[in-house]
Design a protein around this ligand. Structure first.
Ligand code: SF4
Ligand code: SF4
Length: 372
């Protein structure tokens, strides 16, 4: 694949032109922190995009392909950018262009990624497997707002889905609603991902309540911010209904840290709400780097496991140094990433989704077996 046709730019020119090359984003970028190389910084990647846009570099250039893949898509660069560069949108266009025309099953996507995207797109398969895993005890519960039961969350972490149903009593649950398409949009199938979000929006009219930052940000982008609310936002709006200081271990309050969801924090500006919920029900501990990507980054840990572990390592050090009992997450990908990393270290720190902790607080019983 070579440079683009001038009549059909790969990148939206107004998005690409917005960068003023100031470099304010460099300290925020986890991949730049690893390499200290300009090419793996947001500014360096935008320079590569511009070279592709003008035909100076082919899209298939090894450095271009490598940097498109090496980027976490965490969007930490967006929130510090004084020029309002929408880096996440540019990255979606980059990956979409990189894989466009290469076919689906015959594409260069790794087999595991193709299988993941294929399964996520099969609504009935996900719903059937979710029922086997008892993801929601109350199928098709009516409500004015609807809970999105995440595809992989209900298969891999059904207790998260069950906890969400339990702690959001006024919210309906429809296990057969389908996939939001975030994974597709972030992995080079932009239009398919958007179409899936629109289909889900039609299947779940009204406000969609999410337990995954990645799903929330994608749905908000396609359907509008007013259609989406994260569970942490909903819970923070009803703080008085949560049992204060309820989570304990032994004779002391449970020490709980948070791992932000990149897309929830950097895409939707939701970061204070989960902290407020945790501070209400436990002893909240702010750990340095909580706002930095954990390396899960959607499919990143599957596609680039070594880099993903390098990103994660410093975060695990900080959590262990802070001597916390539990790390709360607001995204199932972070749950898997942190749990795997801490298990590998034989750390006693547990990892739980925020809604699991809220459910435990209502039960007044923190089970030290949680999060194993
Ligand atoms: S992306 Fe934003 S912060 Fe980074 S170099 Fe461009 S204008 Fe500056
Ligand atoms: S999305 Fe994250 S990894 Fe990618 S350039 Fe921005 S800050 Fe760096």
């Amino acid at each position: 694949m070579t440079g683009p046709d001038a009549a059909e730019p790969l990148f939206t020119p107004e998005l690409l032109d917005r960068c003023i090359s100031c470099g304010f984003c460099l300290p925020a970028c986890p991949t730049y922190a690893l390499t200290q190389e300009e090419a793996s910084s947001p500014r360096g990647r935008i320079t590569l995009m511009r070279a592709v846009q003008t035909g100076q570099l082919p899209l298939a250039d090894p450095d271009v392909s490598e940097q498109s893949s090496f980027c976490l898509g965490c969007r930490a660069c967006e929130v510090v950018c004084p020029a309002g560069v929408q880096y996440g949108a540019l990255l979606e266009q980059w990956r979409d262009a990189g894989w466009r025309g290469t076919g689906w099953w015959g594409s260069r996507r790794p087999l595991r990624l193709r299988a993941l995207l294929f399964v996520a797109g099969r609504r009935r398969v996900i719903a059937a497997l979710g029922r086997l895993r008892r993801a929601a005890r109350t199928p098709d519960r009516p409500g004015s707002d609807q809970l999105l039961l995440g595809c992989f969350e209900r298969l891999l972490y059904p207790r998260v889905s069950r906890s969400a149903v339990a702690v959001l009593p006024g919210v309906g649950a429809t296990p057969s609603a389908g996939c939001c398409g975030a994974l597709h949009a972030h992995n080079g199938a932009l239009e398919l991902g958007r179409a899936m979000a629109r289909r889900l929006g039609a299947a779940l009219p009204g406000t969609i309540v999410t337990t995954s930052g990645g799903c929330a940000a994608h749905l908000a982008e396609v359907l509008g911010r007013d259609r989406v609310v994260d569970a942490s936002e909903r819970l923070a709006g009803e703080l008085d209904a949560l049992p204060a200081g309820r989570l304990t271990t032994g004779d002391r309050p449970l020490r709980v840290a948070l791992q932000d969801s990149c897309h929830l924090r950097n895409g939707l500006g939701v970061s204070g709400q989960p902290r407020a919920v945790l501070a209400r029900i436990a002893d909240y501990v702010e750990v340095a780097g909580a706002d930095r990507c954990c390396g899960a980054a959607g499919t990143y840990s599957l596609l680039r496991p070594a880099d993903s572990r390098r990103i994660l390592a410093g975060k695990l050090d900080a959590l262990e140094a802070a001597n916390v009992d539990v790390v709360a997450v607001v995204n199932p990908g972070c749950l898997r990433q942190l749990r795997d990393g801490l298990r590998a270290r034989r750390s006693p720190i547990r990892v739980m989704h925020l809604v699991e902790l809220v459910a435990a607080a209502h039960d007044a019983a923190y089970d030290p077996g949680y999060g194993r």
